[in-house]
Design a protein around this ligand. Sequence first.
Ligand code: APR
Length: 246
Amino acid sequence: MTDILRDEAAPIVILTGAGISRESGLHTFRDPDGIWAKYDISEVATPEAFIANPDLVQSFYNDRRKILHDTAVIPNAAHLALARLEREWPGDVLLVTQNIDDLHSRAGSKNLIHMHGELLKIRCHHCEAISPWQNDLGATDTCPSCDKTGGLRPHVVWFGEMPLEMERIYQALENCGLFISIGTSGNVYPAAGFVEIAHHHAQAETIEINLEPSDGASLFDHAIYGPATQTVPAFVDQLLGSAANR
Ligand code: APR
């Protein structure tokens, strides 16, 4: 596997999905016990749903925010290994996550893009300010920035909305030497298309690390299958070992 590195300082782009947080106690979306087995996307995760039934949408995200405060929900060995990779790899490492939890930043990752937003932030419809938010959110809450009431929503990207910081992500993909996809089913675009950009535009090596082959598995050059807490630390050790031995 170490031969996938052509250059000891190759820029790396990592994409993570819900699978990396599964062993921290957070549910994925499309596994049999996943969030979309219990909820209908069109009722809780679209701009139209927020207009039609704001209380239902807020309560869906309030429940998920509460779970993040559970003391048992902490970064696992996979989150920690990616933070270590960023610290120790001789080249750039950009971590792009589809997850709205805060486990990557708690693990210490700094060069991190939350392309689908963040559960612990809110956005104000009146002043557009994005503010940290830890508790339940509702129609009577007031914006910490403009003091207006009734215009707050979770700072998350709903289906039909544009993911965040795409320009920076595409630029990194077009210049990377290695693209690593971890714990994502490859169902949701634009993230599902990142592997092809890295492959075609950057001639990067690509690897999928997942519990099982994802829907986009055939697009990758390499694959490692198993639980993220085992596979990711082992792969990071291998990468860092190969860089140190050059
Ligand atoms: N280790 C590694 N992979 C795992 C683990 C684990 N312990 N547990 C589950 N997985 C894998 C599953 O096999 C699956 O392929 O993680 C993947 C999770 O896929 P999804 O549930 O579809 O989650 P994700 O790909 O992150 O979803 C993308 O869809 O609903 C939206 O906005 C939401 O960001 C989310 C996006």
